[in-house]
Design a protein around this ligand. Structure first.
Ligand code: BGC
Length: 244
């Protein structure tokens, strides 16, 4: 079935039509910058614009960059605080006039990698870490999603949450090289290794496509690999979530 997958991030909202059976993208990705202020109404308009761009009339799956429970935002992450406790599923369904499923963005990316990518068949505790405006995390125990893991929220030194120091946005903001940023990211991974002892870590999000630039900075014992689906994992996983 043709499903519209939409991956919502702090800097861009990306969509494509996906074959929900094979997990293959059927169209090119369409990207619209996330409106400044990251407010609900403005972002809903962009979601509607993406559905219109594809002339889509079927189900939509959305990967959303906050904790999501039953379609409701339970912590606004890096978005506007108006999102808190808002029913995102209802908002986007109204904006598009189509049935919408909403899940956390890193859970969506992880789901794609576990079903169609490098995580397929992997047992134990597998983590998808998405590197973007924030640090997202999707956790899978023997292939089953444990929703809304929020490892980027761990406080670090003067930072309220470690993602403010170690996400891709920190690299951009501070003009860090991949080497400088890679050391920070390795620190983040070393905390994760210590706290939850994962068996396998997959990296997604924008920065994952440049894995070779920072691979040598990663010194933890747990195997770390980039998602083969690269930045498309979010779109494909969001579409798959709509069919679950
Ligand atoms: C949010 C997460 C999200 C991550 C990546 C964080 O700020 O708390 O829910 O998965 O950003 O977008």
């Amino acid at each position: 079935m043709k499903v519209l997958g939409i991956d919502i991030g702090g800097s861009g909202i990306k969509g494509a039509l996906v074959d929900s059976e094979t997990g293959k993208m059927l169209t090119k990705r369409h990207r619209i910058p996330t409106p400044e202020g990251r407010k609900p109404k403005d972002m809903a308009l962009v979601v509607a614009e993406i559905a219109k761009h594809f002339e889509h009339k079927g189900p939509i799956g959305v990967g959303f960059p906050t904790i999501i429970k039953g379609g409701v935002c339970k912590s606004p992450g890096n978005l506007h605080k108006k999102w808190l406790n808002l029913n995102v599923k209802e908002l986007f369904s109204k904006a598009t006039g189509l049935p919408v499923t909403v899940v956390n963005d890193a859970d969506a990316a992880g789901y794609a990698s576990m079903n169609y990518g490098v995580g397929k068949g992997k047992k134990g505790l597998v983590l998808m870490i998405t590197i973007g405006t924030g640090l997202g995390s999707g956790a899978f125990l023997n292939g089953e999603l444990i929703p809304n893991f929020e490892l980027g929220q761990i406080p670090y030194k003067k930072y309220k949450k470690i993602e403010l120091w170690a996400a891709d946005s920190a690299k951009e903001r501070e003009g860090l090289t991949y080497r400088q940023w890679g050391k920070r990211f390795n620190k983040f991974l070393s905390y994760i290794e210590l706290i939850i002892a994962p068996d396998f870590i997959i990296l997604g999000g924008g920065a994952s496509k440049d894995f070779s630039e920072f691979e040598s900075c990663l010194k933890i014992d747990t195997p770390v690999v980039p998602a083969q689906l690269k930045n498309h994992a979010g779109i494909i996983g969001a579409a798959a979530a709509a069919m679950r």
